[in-house]
Write a protein that binds this ligand. Structure first.
Ligand code: NAP
Length: 571
């Protein structure tokens, strides 16, 4: 790779400055324009200025004045001043919003001087947008149009920049259920494989596991995580055959977040409304036969601490044919909670929406022909136990009831009162947060379920005060499972900014593999016999899904089995 040289107009920077620049991995060619953009009072005649630091700030003395520019502010215009004979190779692991936004930011910053590969273990891109976002929220999914452009634009407009999406069982979770035995871990690509082929690796593979309630009975049949239900109805190929039974009158959901609301809405909504979405067809068929008439959401704290947002709450409270049960006494606020609501607009709105629902308490508007359903929002109830029994058609022990302990909120925490209640339930969902999965060789904080990092730079396992050169993270894996899709844009900006700083500071490792980047990876995949699919293959899947959907009046009819996806990708 060519060493750095910096020219400022006619004046070449020499001596001490050149020594600062030597570690840079890219040649930086003359660009008075870019220089003037942060040192506006310098004129070409006043060059050469004196450059003082290239670590995180670029400091310049010029005409007796100092100018400082944070290197995280490197913009596309500046990237235009970079030239290199050998572009940077980056690999983003995970093709969800965090992965795509990071790739986009890197491409914007470095233009033709970077090649970004996006990898995914599935043959379908878009991660959470495809597998997580509720099917009846198509507006949220529109972001895939932008992601599709990111995949396509480089090929058309950006010359040597490439973004590829592969399917490969990349970076396998250390522990997998038996149901995933079709994944041949012998063929996996390890983090080390990537590190020796890329200048930088960005881990953006999200949170594929769930927090546990840690109460007796959690392993009973009929108990699922909300993520499992969501991935089932969204046709995630690892979860499409999950034996979720909807043959029970009552479903209980623990947790008062938006995922809980999504699950409750899907269970209660008129199935005809869902049949015209991209919900997987097997889920639509199952929901059509569903016996679930009552969904009870339990929150361990009160309405002032509920995690759902007003818009989502309003939507579920307004479902036709659904009677809403909220206990008025639960809405009473302590002084501290009143102060909290005053300062927090979202919590205040949530409380207002709940209060309006209680005040209205109008009888439900039954949909013609459909029996009434009920949604119960129960606050100050913490899960204590899931109780077994033998349910119809089940040979093993199935959950038949839940026991909850009443709570009070003390200093913001739910404290049990020693009073217990039980209600019958044949389907129980824990919707208390997602969590990342530990992967061999990747630093991981088991408590938070995230990869430990500072602003996206991954910390070393052995020495948490140091970071791993060239290893970054973004999205839920970086900051935990919170925020909407757009939150990942901000998150990606931060990660891309530290990458830019490291690039400029010469802190990116140089690939050691004989064949770096995309070519090296493709070679390795082929050597190991790993079937991978690229953009064109995904486009074939996409086309088939849309075509199948048109027949059923849906935006797409998802292909939900791995072997069918691979077949659709190739023919
Ligand atoms: P979340 O918003 O963090 O909510 C988790 C819920 O679980 C909270 O009510 C929490 O109560 C409860 N909880 C945690 N541990 C518990 C325990 N041991 N026992 C009982 N309850 C417990 O998580 P999420 O619903 O999975 O959502 C994840 C993120 O995705 C959120 O930022 C959410 O807004 C976002 N999302 C957005 C949308 C949308 O915009 N439409 C849709 C889906 C998801 P405490 O507060 O008491 O801990």
């Amino acid at each position: 790779m060519q060493r750095a040289l910096y020219h400022l107009g006619a004046s070449r920077v020499t001596g001490q400055t050149a020594r600062h620049l030597l570690p840079w991995n890219n040649a930086i060619d003359g660009s008075i324009r870019s220089f003037l953009s942060f040192a506006p009072t310098c004129s070409p005649s006043s060059f050469p200025p004196i450059l003082h630091s290239f670590r995180h700030d670029l400091r310049v003395r010029c005409n007796g004045k100092s100018f400082t520019r944070n290197l995280s502010d490197v913009k596309e215009a500046d990237a235009g001043a970079l030239t290199s004979h050998d572009p940077l190779h980056f690999c983003v692991v995970g093709s969800g919003p965090a992965g795509f936004y990071t790739a986009d930011k890197l491409l914007s910053k470095f233009g033709d001087h970077i090649q970004v590969d996006i990898m995914d273990r599935l043959p379908t891109p878009f991660g959470l947008v495809r597998s997580g976002v509720a099917p009846d929220h198509p507006g949220t999914k529109a972001v895939v149009n932008r992601f599709t452009q990111i995949m396509e634009i480089p090929v058309i407009l950006r010359g040597n920049v490439q973004v590829r999406v592969y399917s490969t069982p990349l970076l396998p979770p250390a522990e997998r259920g038996e149901d995933l035995e079709n994944v041949d871990f012998g063929k996996d690509i390890s983090l080390e494989d990537l590190q020796c082929r890329y200048h930088g690796v960005v881990l953006a593979y999200g949170t594929e596991s769930d927090r546990a309630l840690n109460v007796p009975g959690e392993d009973l049949a009929g108990v699922w995580s909300a993520r499992e239900l969501v991935w089932w109805y969204n046709g995630h190929p690892d979860y499409s055959t999950l034996p979720i039974s909807l043959e029970h009158d009552t479903a209980v959901i623990f947790g008062l977040g938006n995922v809980a609301v999504d699950c409750a809405r899907v269970l209660l909504r008129e199935v005809d409304d869902l049949a015209v979405t991209d919900m997987a067809s097997h889920a639509v068929d199952a929901l059509r036969k569903s016996q679930v008439r009552r969904v009870v959401l339990f929150g361990r704290r009160g309405p002032a601490q509920a995690a759902f947002t007003p818009k989502e709450l309003r939507e579920i409270l307004g479902l036709p044919g659904v009677k809403v049960v909220i206990h008025e006494e639960d809405l009473t606020l302590s002084e501290a909670e009143q102060a909290h609501l005053k300062a927090n607009r979202i919590s205040r709105r949530v409380h207002e929406v709940l209060s309006k629902a209680v005040a209205a308490a109008s009888p439900p508007q039954p949909t013609e022909g459909a029996p009434d359903k009920e949604l119960h929002l129960r606050f100050f109830r913490s899960p204590a136990a899931l109780l077994p029994g033998v349910a119809d058609g089940d040979c093993g022990e199935h959950v038949t009831a839940v026991r909850v302990e009443c709570t009070q909120v003390v200093d913001g925490r739910a404290v049990g009162t020693g009073e217990f209640e039980e209600i019958e339930a044949g389907l129980v969902l824990r919707s208390i947060g997602y969590k990342g999965e530990e992967i061999a060789g990747v630093p991981f904080d088991t408590r938070s379920g995230t990869v430990p990092n500072s602003h996206g730079r991954v910390h070393q396992l052995e020495d948490p005060s140091a970071t791993v050169p060239g290893l970054y993270t973004c999205g839920w894996l970086k900051r935990g499972p919170s925020g909407i899709i757009g939150t990942n844009l901000v998150c990606a900006e931060e990660t891309a900014a530290v990458i830019a700083q490291d690039m400029v500071a010469g802190a990116l490792p140089t690939p050691t593999a004989a064949s770096p980047g995309h070519r090296g990876l493709v070679g390795l995949l082929s050597e190991r016999g790993v079937a991978s699919i690229a953009l064109g293959d995904w486009q074939r899947i996409n086309h088939k899904e849309v075509e199948r959907g048109a027949v059923k009046g849906k935006p797409r009819d998802k292909i939900v089995h791995m072997e069918d996806l691979m077949e659709a990708a190739t023919c």
